[in-house]
Design a protein around this ligand. Sequence first.
Ligand code: MF3
Ligand code: CO
Ligand code: CO
Length: 303
Amino acid sequence: MKLTNYVFSIGSFWRRKIKRFGVYEKVVPVQTTPSRIVPDHIEKPYYVTGQEFTVPKVPEIKDVNQIRGMKRSCKLASNILGQVQHLVKPGISTDDIDKLVHNLTIEAGAYPSPLHYHGFPKSVCTSVNNVAVHGIPDLRLLQDGDIVNVDITVFYKGFHGDCSKTFLIGSVDDRGLELVGVTEECLEIAIRSCAPNVPFSEIGSQIYRHAKKCGLTVLPAFLGHGIGRYFHGPPNIYHIINDYPGYMQSGMTFTIEPVLSHGHENTVILEDGWTVVTDDGSRAAQAEHTVLITENGAEILTK
Ligand code: MF3
Ligand code: CO
Ligand code: CO
């Protein structure tokens, strides 16, 4: 089944390409189910209620109460990601993942942040194989050899917590394993480099260097971000060499979320306005944590 793409693709050019990137199915979005409903008692973020809210213009230094809030929401996000781990296997759909994430989030008294964020129709992002980011959960069944990133953000007691992981479905080919492994290493190395007075730009240098050493490409279009009562705010966290200004300070919370591929850097947004695929059809993997800068380093809040 995994060989379909490779054996039946037309022309020697594509045959060579697919072989070069490994053995997997190039996916396209299929039919999905309606947006899930959130009960009235769940506190909604400002982009759902239409309330006025101003995202800070500069990276925010959180006080003890805000840090407590971030720890709570991040812990919930990572807890739900951990439960997804037990569900993902061949034969379940990404919409099944959406249903689980949605229900667990609501059971915990939180709101699934992606739902209706700038019009996103689902409660989680699920990105399979050549989908780089922002995949919309749908009725396609996961199959042996797929890789799927599940990106969970929850809004809990006024704060967002954001994390993602790329899961392996059944037996994934060596190129796929390497891609997912190196992506996780990039995130780890970047987090280890964080501390007060380190430039934000250091994160990109670290990630770029490790990816390059391993022969993989960092997709430059996707940035980490400050996070708090807002989903996305300053600082921007580039994952490649960059000259973004500013330094980390104790009390800042932001995400690091590199996306790597086997191919070139370019991506395309599909008709649905969300699904981002690699231009060359190569697979992409992502890993994401929300971190807190502390006196002597960084604490992973979504561990
Ligand atoms: N969770 C993604 C991030 O890491 C953002 C998803 S936005 C959505 O920043 F609208 F697609 F959900
Ligand atoms: Co995310
Ligand atoms: Co994020």
